[in-house]
Design a protein around this ligand. Structure first.
Ligand code: ADP
Ligand code: MG
Length: 312
């Protein structure tokens, strides 16, 4: 016989608490009114949160709670990566459908475990609610900057090389539920080359590069169609829907690769001798004038940003 499951909100919290180990940075984990963390003197605290809703960001009945838990912490880790930060601790708030509450909470926690462990993230708190609505989860992730500093979206300069860390497109075939946050890659890139600007590709390359360009004072960019790395999933999706693999690579989103801009000489050096375990593709150049353009064999064509807009 399996062990009886926890009963009620506090039974569930006790169950989670009993399965949560906290490391050296956490002075106080689950069980008090707040968690307490020891942060490094001189570092900036990084804070990010993402809410995922059944029916919008995933389909619980298809994905299952483990995949949802993995995605919920993965997307937040990806945001910490995009700042070249080091993750520390997570808080998890859930709205659980009544009737399946305990089973879902346990599944979500199991799904988060491996990524949390891999990146040394302590689960230090959260909030637990049940209702008649669909499953909703919001993970808040805390991290800190390293002595190399944070990399913002706002530092791109005309003439910068644009680089991405991996192939893009077609994540809807399944990779969107399985983010591989580029934490280690971001730290080693930042140690070596000090990118001027960086973002993780969640809305789509065109949209996210657009965020960098907008935050950097209204710059533009020209992407070289031949150099944009296209994921095999983008090819597979293209055979189904007739949109080109390149369109998928430019617009699909949820690739969770990094897009960065840096001094062209630094880019050359970085690409010639990439840090261990890091894949880099140089895909274009930042322009002084606004607008996003694609250089193809046939000339320059404008790229319209059309990432997903939740209020659109
Ligand atoms: P409060 O009423 O002070 O907000 P709660 O009863 O909501 O306290 O939570 C008690 C403790 O359990 C707190 O430390 C809180 O952070 C933690 N907690 C609640 N829900 C979760 C959860 N889903 N995952 C992790 N920790 C949780
Ligand atoms: Mg509470």
């Amino acid at each position: 016989m399996s062990e009886p499951g926890p009963v009620g909100e506090f039974g569930l919290i006790d169950w989670i608490r009993a399965r949560t180990r906290v490391g050296g940075r956490t002075s106080l984990g689950i069980g008090d009114d707040c968690a307490a963390l020891r942060v490094t003197t001189g570092a900036d605290l990084l804070a990010t949160t993402d809410m995922l809703m059944d029916g919008t960001h995933f389909r619980l009945d298809e994905a299952g709670p483990e995949a949802v838990g993995r995605k919920a912490i993965g997307v937040n880790l990806s945001d910490i990566a995009a700042m070249a930060g080091r993750p520390l601790a997570a808080l998890v708030a859930v709205a659980l459908p009544k009737g399946r509450a305990v089973e879902l909470a346990q599944g979500v926690l199991a799904g988060m475990g491996p990524l949390a462990q891999r990146y040394g993230v302590d689960l230090v708190g959260g909030d637990t609610n049940a209702w008649d609505g669909p499953f909703v989860i919001a993970v808040t992730l805390l991290g800190e900057t390293t002595p190399d500093g944070a990399v913002r979206r706002s530092g791109a300069r005309p003439g910068d090389a644009i680089v991405v860390t991996g192939p893009l497109g077609g994540s809807l075939l399944g990779r969107h539920l399985d983010p591989r946050p580029r934490i280690d890659e971001a730290l080693s890139i930042n140690r070596r080359a000090r990118p001027h600007a960086m973002i993780d590709v969640s809305d789509g390359l065109a949209a996210d590069l657009g965020h960098i360009l907008a935050e950097s004072g209204g710059l533009g960019a020209t992407l070289d169609a031949d150099t944009i790395p296209i994921h095999p999933d983008a090819e597979a999706l293209s055979r189904r829907d007739g949109r080109t693999p390149l369109e998928h690579a430019l617009h699909d989103g949820e690739d969770f690769e990094l897009c960065l801009t840096l001094d062209p000489a630094d880019a050359e050096d970085l690409l010639a001798r990439p840090p261990a375990g890091v894949t880099l593709h140089r895909i274009g150049v930042v322009d002084a004038g606004p607008g996003l353009r694609l250089a193809t064999g046939g000339g320059l064509v404008p790229i319209e940003p059309r990432g997903y807009d939740h209020l659109g």
